[in-house]
Design a protein. Sequence first.
Length: 265
Amino acid sequence: MKNIILRSGILTIAMLFLFSFSIVAEEKIEEKDPFEIPDHVLKISKENTYTNSSEDQEEVEPSEFTKELLEDMDIPITNPDLIKMLNETSINPSPIAFGYRGMVYIGRWPLNYQSNETNVNWEYQKVNMNELNNIGGDNEQKLRYTQQAQKEVKGALTNKITNSQDIKKMMLLEAEKNTELPLGYETIIGENTKLNNEYNVPVKKYGYLHAYAPAVSEKGKVTFGEVYFQLKGSKKSLVVKNVTKQDIGAWLPIQDHVSLMFELK
């Protein structure tokens, strides 16, 4: 009887341990960074025979005057071009302009971009294929990546929208913050770019090495509004009217990276 109780206790403890282990393992899986570069995606910035220009976007810091204007706004303004324009603006109404009122229209602007979803497609666009025929060979052979021809991979907004250049900048900034990956709206892989990684092709086999350019899919909303300078006596402020929102998406290639997929037949 004691042996039965002892065995039952040991079994219960073992089951609890396994259950706890499975929970910890599940938590570790859930904590995995979705933007961590997989092993089969390789950086080629040094090997690339074409030098890609960086598309790092400048984050414009608001001046003291601009900060004062933005403090009382209900709608966030993060458009760097609009902030830059406000930084370069000087309004000095007379301190004795009692009763003076005025509204100055400065245009309809994309005010901010809010990201809703960011994903990576590590095989966004095929850029190359190397092959090795070892069907009639006597020894195992090595297959390596060599770019056969220069390949340009372009990203773009997924639908038409006004002020597209401003919106591209905001989406690129947001996607770079979310992923910490080197993104742009294009990347070029130069002809004869090579890597030293070797893939074994056995006797009586045909080896294929497929290369893809990875890219980030960014989706969210852009807020538009008509922006005015409002002057009341010596006070000045910003007013936004006729606010609208529009869904937008973009594909942003990851610069100087290739995703390699090895296949045997």
